[in-house]
Design a binder for this molecule. Structure first.
Ligand code: NDP
Length: 321
């Protein structure tokens, strides 16, 4: 077992974690990033990225994350191929975390950037056709279905927002929901029902995603939840919008969370209720969930971490004199 000490310990390696690391390293905090099970985060499982500013041409998600990692390393971040399995924040700074490797990490500040993951249906064809018609993010991939036929699966705010967003690109959007009423807010429902571009299929679940002749998504096999009857729906794109799960298991009972398990922060900041513990990116944001917003809150976490450390060091110096 090795103990790694740092002024800034970052858990998670998506755009939030890497941005916090870049700012933290440049501020002399010599950050350690513990990368977790999926180094690079959700963007490593997407293909084309067209909405991250700074690139004229389409870039690839894994490439973008590789660049962020290298940039963070270049300015002085240490990357650890480990997954945190336990954290101790109760006693205040310094904070202690333990990795799957058995190694111990001690940080004067702790930045939590563990992200969130879209929930999937787990039915045949879904994984195989991921990036070939099946997606969990209309904002990311909707553009690729300009003028095509698309479906959204789900009945919450995300599903309705995704369906409405897709009408910017497609005149033929079908919302498929497993019940006969939506759980989304009424105002969103009103907009959905008012749109001539959106039709709804009630009481239907997706049994499988099937490829067409070109190897991309061709149709969905649906099952009626009331009659059990099967049907098919031809689509070019299908967006699974059945919710996201933040990666906050580690922090249960240790940091306050909302009902969905997202970490609670002081409004407009990345500060949790424990001084010196910051949360950034999708782990604290169920609304925007974009790479660029995650990077933004990662930057905020590093700036606030720097302030926290400066205050801490000043207080220690005063006490010593
Ligand atoms: P929700 O949990 O609210 O909704 C998930 C939807 O997916 C439900 O309609 C649910 O059906 C359906 N669903 C779940 N599992 C399955 C399954 N296996 N098969 C078929 N359907 C399934 O998730 P959201 O992502 O929509 O929202 C999460 C949170 O984020 C909410 O608090 C929401 O209000 C918030 N949010 C707010 C926004 C805003 O304010 N603008 C935008 C987006 C999200 P059922 O209804 O039958 O349970």
């Amino acid at each position: 077992m090795t103990t790694h000490k740092t002024r800034m310990l970052i858990i998670g390696s998506g755009p939030a974690g890497y941005s916090a690391a870049i700012y933290g390293a440049r501020a002399g905090m010599e950050p350690i990033v513990v990368q977790g099970l999926q180094p690079g985060g959700q963007l490593t499982i997407t293909t084309d990225v067209e909405n991250y500013p700074g690139f004229e041409d389409v870039i690839q998600g894994p490439w973008l994350m590789e660049q962020m990692q290298k940039q963070a390393e270049h300015v002085g971040t240490r990357m650890m191929w480990d997954t945190i399995v336990d954290v101790d924040v109760a006693g205040g700074s310094p904070f202690r975390a333990v990795g799957d490797s058995g190694d111990e990490y001690i940080g004067d500040v702790l930045v939590i950037a563990t992200g969130a993951q879209a929930k999937w249906l787990g039915v045949p064809g879904e994984e195989e056709l991921g990036g070939k018609g099946v997606s969990a993010c209309a904002t990311c991939d909707g553009f690729f279905y300009r003028g095509k036929k698309v479906a959204v699966i789900g009945g919450g705010n995300t599903a309705v927002e995704e369906a409405l967003y897709l009408t910017n690109h497609s005149d033929d959007v079908t919302l498929i929901h497993r019940r006969d009423e939506l759980r989304s807010e009424k105002i969103l429902q009103d907009r959905l029902f008012a749109s001539e571009k959106i039709s709804t299929l009630w009481n239907k679940t997706v049994e499988s995603f099937e490829a067409g002749e070109n190897g991309k998504l061709g149709h969905l096999v649906l099952v009626d939840t009331v009659t059990g009857e099967k049907s098919t729906l031809e689509v070019d794109g299908a967006f699974v919008a059945i919710g996201h799960a933040p990666a906050t298991e580690l922090f249960k009972g240790k940091l306050p969370m909302d009902d969905g398990g997202y970490l609670l922060v002081e409004a407009g900041t990345p500060m949790t209720e424990i001084p010196g513990v910051f949360a950034c990116g999708d782990v604290m944001d169920h609304t925007y969930r974009q790479a660029v917003t995650a990077a933004g809150t990662g930057c905020m976490a590093a700036l606030d971490a720097e302030r926290f450390l400066a205050t801490l060091e000043f207080a220690e110096k005063e006490a010593a004199e």
